[in-house]
Design a protein around this ligand. Structure first.
Ligand SMILES: Cc1cc2nc3c(=O)[nH]c(=O)nc-3n(C[C@H](O)[C@H](O)[C@H](O)COP(=O)(O)OP(=O)(O)OC[C@H]3O[C@@H](n4cnc5c(N)ncnc54)[C@H](O)[C@@H]3O)c2cc1C
Length: 471
């Protein structure tokens, strides 16, 4: 039974566990709608996985890993705008593929053709693929956009692409760079509907969907400092470096949060916004038994991402970013520059085989690849390198787990879940995290008897795209 406002104190209280984007989005939405919000974050900083470290070499905050958003990420954009830093992202319409021969191929969808036809000229210009491969890729992209029969929805992308007649080269040079970097998982561990989503919503639905948005400031500055200031100014009590131990119940509903210190805090509502591999640990056995949706979570698997940060004594390319198909290094992002030095980050998603590798050997391998891709890199001196693998960067979008992502509203009154792993329809991204926080906030408002839509609208779908998707 939902509570009415009269049954609660004048200002309903909400305890949020987790200060990543999911917890922050829920806090932001509820604080401006009359709730008294207290947020507990185990670390010293807000932002969770979307965070930065302080690099003594540069005396600057540097993102653990470059974070990319796309034009289709309307909720992340809404969140950043509300918190006052919507302008801190640079838009990039074109991707730069560096072919095996070190030549640059611009993937720049047409500004004039309607979606999804706008992609055709860009695909055609990827001349490191044979004409047959380009035609076949185009055919399969269109096929992917159509509704898929049940037996195909249960497959993984690697099998499905083979079955669609994609060549080794097309898989290595096109499908891998696009899907592995978007979903941070290898093709044999990506459920077909998730791969389909990348192409439909992330590329084909509208002309602006694919546009890359890259932060122009460190994530620490955006989410921790500016985001934290905004939340605090709206009355959110930010409890940093305060880990929660578990959620307690009061009768049939959730009663509040027990902190690591043993202190017990009562709340009308609790939003549990921790990562997928932590959530069950914050629920005691008796509560878990009342949450059957949590059982499949024990089978959720993680995917690693590796970031290699390199400082050279000069620029190695004028490009702000580049895709490096057919190599271990998948993406290059240019970072800060100072007289006599230039910083870059190389991202390797689904880096299963790199977990536990010697970071220096890995940095050397990446440096050698960059020297092959950019002639200037072979003349540049590497001043500093740091390779970090995040073993549980995202949850794996496996066919066996995707259907079991739990809803934000739990089976126990007063308890909500948020996090990129909840049922948002989106892969593990900042967009999914913000959506989940907004959806949890919508659930709290519904339970208070004052439902209100918080989720931002998707980009309008081009008419021709809707027809292509068969919807
Ligand atoms: C290396 C890497 C690269 C990525 N690249 C991209 C990208 O390019 N684009 C993109 O969109 N996404 C990217 N992502 C994914 C993105 O960062 C996440 O999807 C998003 O930040 C998840 O937000 P969240 O709030 O759901 O979870 P989290 O960020 O994990 O937040 C959960 C919070 O809960 C806290 N917590 C855990 N236990 C407790 C406890 N007991 N008490 C209190 N607090 C607790 C944690 O400290 C954390 O701050 C990347 C992730 C990684 C790791």
């Amino acid at each position: 039974m939902d509570l009415t406002v009269a049954e609660l104190r004048d200002t309903p209280s909400v305890g949020i566990i987790g200060g990543g984007l999911a917890g922050m989005a829920a806090a932001a939405a509820l604080a401006v709608r009359g709730c008294r919000v207290e947020l507990f974050e185990r670390r010293k900083h807000l932002g969770g996985r979307a965070g930065s470290f302080h690099d003594p070499e540069w005396d600057a905050w540097i993102d653990h890993c470059p974070h990319v958003s796309l034009g289709c990420c309307t909720n992340l954009a809404d969140f950043c705008r509300r918190l006052g830093f919507g302008g801190a992202f640079a838009r990039h319409r074109a991707l730069n593929f560096i072919g095996p021969d070190a030549r640059r191929h611009r993937f720049a969808p047409s500004r004039w053709l309607p979606a999804p036809l706008h992609l055709a000229p860009a695909l055609w210009r990827l001349r490191f693929l044979s004409v047959d491969d380009r035609i076949n890729i185009g055919r399969v992209v269109v096929r992917l956009a159509r509704p898929l029969p049940a037996n195909e929805r249960e497959q993984v992308m690697a099998t499905w692409l083979r079955w669609q007649g994609q060549s080794d080269r097309a898989i290595e040079r096109f499908w891998k760079p696009v899907l592995v970097s978007a979903l941070s998982e290898s093709l044999d561990r990506i459920a077909v509907p998730v791969g389909r989503k990348v192409f439909t919503d992330g590329m084909m639905a509208s002309r602006g969907a694919h546009v890359m948005h890259l932060p122009t400031e460190p994530l620490y500055e955006l989410f921790h400092r500016r985001g934290g200031d905004w939340l605090a100014a709206r009355g959110v009590a930010l409890r940093l470096a305060v880990p929660a131990d578990h959620v307690f119940t009061a009768g049939e509903r959730s009663g509040g949060i027990v902190l690591d210190t043993g202190s017990r805090r009562a709340f009308d509502f609790v939003v549990l916004a921790v990562p997928w591999h932590k959530v069950r640990g914050l629920l005691r056995a008796a509560l878990l038994a009342r949450l059957p949706e949590m059982a499949p979570m024990a089978r959720f698997e993680s995917a690693p991402i590796t970031a290699v940060h390199l400082t050279f004594d000069r620029p190695i390319t004028p490009l702000p970013h580049a895709v490096l198909p057919g190599r271990l290094s998948q993406w290059l992002f240019a970072g800060g520059a100072e007289e006599g030095r230039r910083r870059y980050a190389v991202v390797i998603s689904a880096s299963h085989e790199l977990v536990g590798t010697d970071p220096d050997a890995l940095a050397e391998r990446v440096r050698a690849e960059l020297a092959g891709a950019f002639p200037a890199a072979s003349r540049a001196r590497l001043l500093h390198a740091r390779a970090v693998t995040h073993p549980a960067a995202v949850f794996a979008p496996l066919p066996a787990t995707e259907p079991y992502r739990p809803a934000q509203m739990s089976g126990v009154e007063g308890l909500f879940f948020a996090g990129d792993w909840t049922a948002t329809g989106w892969p593990a991204t900042m967009e999914s995290a913000v959506r989940s926080g907004y959806l949890a906030a919508e659930g709290v408002l519904r339970a208070l008897g004052r439902p209100e839509p918080i989720l931002a609208a998707d980009l309008p779908r081009a008419r021709l795209a809707g027809w292509t998707f068969g919807q």
